[in-house]
Design a protein around this ligand. Structure first.
Ligand code: ATP
Ligand code: MG
Length: 559
């Protein structure tokens, strides 16, 4: 099964994700030491969530210390009756048969009873109870879920080995909530988790906003029950490592150009490199120009992988929507121009801001659009490009030749000038990466607006943070390794201002408030530096300040 589940050719391409795999390893270590933890992994579609889980499962399989169990909730969350059978069946399959062989022998309760007879008391008992309940005229659906969610712990205790459940597309569990007897499936899940000592959980989901709601909003059943980890696109170096695995050696400008259009998304990199490979085989010379041609081809031709993916995401996101026409109009507008404020969008579409706000909220909920500092824009630059063309009906049925696309190249380049918002986001990822290298180095205080020198803390985890109501947004929150010789704050909170404007006192005051709420050291980074007022206030409030030049220096020092 492991081979079918994660074929060797895919594994050879696996790149990067050291941080995530280290994190997962620490989860395994803690589980083995009797401290089961739970983790929620989220990230945009196709950013590589499933692949990280698969890689980790392959490693666990090889180590043989704990049982990994993988299931995709998209496949199994239909009715509570089917769900319970499959959940129990899959846990059994991965545990008793190591995920090898015929999974079908486990997926209905009758076959499960047969397959486990004489092999496991826990499995037979649970399958027995399940069968009894399912044979009733009207099964108790809440009980079915309870049987399912409590089962992994029972089985793990019996086989006397720890277990990690990897639940992919976890937000699909919501489907079970449509059954009146179940109503809140997460409450059942949570109740079962409370007493488990042998099972750790890693859940993943591509509905980002929905995932955040499940784990970070204070009225959600799983609030504070899971640690969180967000998966980001690759940085320049890792992107290049992946590109090299996917084709023959190319000139540096080729890699730079691929990175420019894919922004480090491994799926886009893969699609584009495969296209380049095919073009090369048909005799084309590969240079930056060819990359642009290949990108246009992939994105606008109906046979392109990127085209099909964008079409899928777009249709899927909009299919359940009311006000379909209006949503399309907003997306077209945002695809053609840079980010806009609510008022600007409303004016352009001749609607009231309050009407438009509802639509924008909906588009944010399905992750198509994001709002930062009151500016709305696409989350994904490639999708934005696709929408701009597809909405004008520019799609190609026949395989386009180079000449057919030549006229679009100038437009392509213009559209991929990064917007301020996108640059800011890239910067945030860069700063988080930099902070992961903080480990007690001594550096000139001037880089943080301080006198003398400064000892950096040792950082053990960094992530962005946004409260579900959108009220608090921090570009990086770094958890520090406690140092008894240096008492003080447990974390740093960071705000990054990437605009054509010096940061003022107001912005520092806001960060100072958030830092004090979180008992943290505040650090603010502004591309164009700070007003004199802000500099004074920083000293008074003990906030660290850096300009983009400071950041470059710091980055060099920590290399
Ligand atoms: N670490 C990686 N190394 C190499 N390629 C990767 C990596 N991560 C993702 N990819 C490429 O991107 C594709 C999509 O990855 P994956 O299916 O894991 O994403 P996902 O986040 O689970 O997507 P979805 O939201 O659709 O479930 C993979 O098939 C692979 O081609
Ligand atoms: Mg996936």
């Amino acid at each position: 099964m492991i081979r079918n589940f994660y074929p060797p050719y895919l594994r050879q391409l696996f790149t990067n994700r050291r941080r995530e795999l280290d994190f997962l390893q620490s989860l395994v270590d803690d589980l083995l030491a009797g401290r089961p933890r739970r983790l929620a992994v989220w990230g945009l579609r196709r950013v590589g969530k499933t692949l990280v889980l698969q890689e980790e499962i392959a490693r666990l399989h090889h180590q043989g210390l704990v049982f990994p169990v993988y299931m995709d909730f998209e496949d199994i969350c239909t009715s509570p009756e089917l769900f319970a059978q499959r959940y129990i069946g899959l846990v059994t399959f991965w545990t008793l048969d190591d995920g090898q062989g015929e999974v079908d022998a486990y997926l209905t309760v009758e076959r499960l009873l047969e397959a486990t007879a004489g092999r496991s008391a826990a499995a037979s008992q649970t399958a027995g109870s399940l069968l009894r309940e399912l044979s009733r005229a009207k099964p108790d659906q809440a009980l079915l879920l309870k049987l399912a969610f409590e089962y992994p712990e029972k089985l793990a205790q019996e086989v006397n080995r720890k277990m990690i459940l990897f639940l992919d597309e976890f937000t699909e569990i919501g489907t079970l909530g449509h059954y009146p007897q179940v109503r809140e499936p997460l409450k059942h899940f949570r109740a079962a988790l409370a007493s488990q000592t042998h099972v750790a959980y890693v859940v993943a989901g591509s509905a980002m906003t929905a995932m955040m709601k499940l784990f970070q909003s204070s009225d959600a059943p799983l609030f504070l029950q899971f640690e969180t980890l967000s998966l980001e696109p690759f940085g320049r170096q890792d992107a290049e490592v992946l590109m090299r695995k996917l084709g023959s050696e190319h000139a540096p400008e080729v890699y730079a150009e691929v990175y420019r259009y894919t922004a480090g998304f491994p799926f886009y990199i893969t699609a584009l490199m495969q296209r380049l490979d095919r073009l090369q085989q048909s005799g084309e010379e590969i240079n930056a120009e060819t990359v642009r041609y290949a990108f246009l081809l992939e994105t606008l031709w109906r046979g392109g992988q990127i085209y099909n993916y964008c079409r899928y995401v777009y249709d899927l996101s909009l299919q359940r929507a009311r006000g379909y026409g209006m949503l399309k109009a907003i997306l077209q507008f945002l695809a053609d121009e840079q980010g806009f404020t609510l008022t600007e969008i409303a004016r352009a579409l001749r609607k009231t801001p309050s009407a438009v706000r509802d639509y924008l909220r909906w588009l944010s909920e399905v992750d198509l659009v994001e709002e930062r500092d009151h500016i709305y824009q696409f989350r994904d630059a490639v999708l934005r490009f696709w929408v701009a063309y597809a909405s004008k009906g520019i799609e190609m049925d026949a395989f386009p030749r180079r000449e057919d696309l030549a006229g679009l190249v100038a437009d392509l380049e213009e559209r991929f000038q990064r917007t301020a918002g996108e640059l800011g986001r890239a910067k945030e990822a860069e700063v988080r990466e930099l902070m992961r290298r903080f480990s007690g180095q001594v550096i000139p205080g001037a880089l943080f607006g301080q006198e003398g020198s400064l000892i950096l803390p040792t950082v053990h985890a960094v992530d962005g943070y946004r409260s579900p109501d959108g009220q608090i947004e921090l570009d990086a929150v770094a958890e520090l390794t406690p140092d008894p010789t240096r008492p003080g704050s447990q974390r740093w909170v960071v705000s990054i201002k990437w605009r054509n404007k010096r940061a003022g006192k107001k912005e520092l005051e806001q960060l100072a408030r958030q830092a004090s709420d979180l008992n943290a050291q505040g650090w603010i980074i502004a591309r164009d530096g700070f007003t004199p007022d802000a500099v004074n206030y920083a000293r008074f409030a003990g906030i660290l300040i850096s300009s983009s030049e400071d950041l470059n220096q710091l980055s060099k020092l920590l290399k």
